[in-house]
Design a binder for this molecule. Sequence first.
Ligand code: SF4
Ligand code: SF4
Length: 471
Amino acid sequence: MPRVITVDHSLCRGCNLCIELCPKSIFQDSAEIGPAGLRVKEVISPDNCTGCGLCELCCPGAISIDPLPDEVFTSICAEQKDRRVETNARGGWKEINSLLTPGRYFMTGNDAIVEAALAAGCRFFAGYPITPANEILEEMSRRMKGLGGKFIQAEDEIASVFMMLGASWAGLKAMTATAGPGFALMQEGLSLADMAEVPCVIVNVQRAGPSTGQATRPAAMDMREARYGSHGGVQRIVLYPDSVQETFDLTIESFNLAERFRVPVILLSDGYLSHLSEKVEIGERLRVYDRVYIPGEPAFGPTPDSSAPSMPRFGDGEDLQVTGSTHDRSGKRSTADPSVQENLVFYLDRKILSRREELVDCEEMLLDDAEVVVVAFGTAGRSAKWAVKEARKLGRAVGLLRPRTVYPFPTQRIMELSRSGAKFVVPEMSQGQMSFVISQCIANEVVPLPQPNGQIIDPRRILGYLTEGAW
Ligand code: SF4
Ligand code: SF4
């Protein structure tokens, strides 16, 4: 089917790149002179166009190529699929043996991240040293080679994140780990991961900022950056554990979610949790998910049911183009059509939001008759748990909600709890980032208990507020 190739002559700069680069010689100079006083570029034999997109990519804005209609694209894919061997399909859930002998271990939060990532199948790590995430990089450098994986100490965090994305497209489960300023540098790459649907895991061991701040001290000051730090603003999956055991479990979950949804998943930790040593129970078998590849299927969304599309590797033989630009389902750039952009962005959001109920995961304690709901994340949740139990002993009607999934945010659950008229109290190792998010969901009183001083929150401080109202 011929492509509709349009040249806007008022935007043509006469660079002749279209004529030089098109492998099918589809452009030529005509005798006509255009509005800019240049020879008009004529489109000849559009039937020969392969849709490679080179002309649109190199032209400084004058050329646009309409994407193939969905039905044509689907039929081409079906033909390609017929030519392939069905048994090449791969991916999905599987049960594997744990890398470690099953049993009880004593390890730090950073060790737990490494053990869980390797167990989940991570075979590529690129990173740049930064406190308090250093032990992850060090241990990965020791362990990766023995497992047939690749470790790269990159020149900076920008290089790390892009290397991770490349490794993921080469077929490897990939990860990086960083903190404060490094996480900020990675944001551009994370937006590319959103747009190009690249599964990967980014660990952010939070420390007190802004900037270098207190590099060795814990904080929860990147809570909103994890969701809203990137350009483009699409939905994110962000997890934050409160113990070393949960760090192990949620690291595996991060890889499973990244592979299932084909998205970057952000695992938050902090300078306290990453260096805390606790016991971790490791079972005999682990359930892990590998990205699905179905030969001949389009490699990009929007999919009809907003699920993740098939993901081939480079070298699988697919006509695979990966771009951060707006693209059609084949991956070819399509930046001129507003509907392609709009459908793509809504799809990237829907991929996560349509499964919000399944993704939201909270620890709940004593909430049935709670007049005060303490909402706490990660390490602050440990302090809050003790304070809530003690306040109950003193007869106060308080309960705890601790979202393990920070995003998608548990809006529905918070709205349900708000119907009793309860007051919400939010202790945070920051100046009050998540209390703001909660106050956007409900009209109830939301009390921030901010502590951005690089220290974990003393549980007696929260108890003092719950019993005496003093912070
Ligand atoms: S590449 Fe674009 S700007 Fe350059 S000559 Fe062709 S149409 Fe004109
Ligand atoms: S998409 Fe490729 S084949 Fe088609 S006109 Fe552009 S450069 Fe030529």
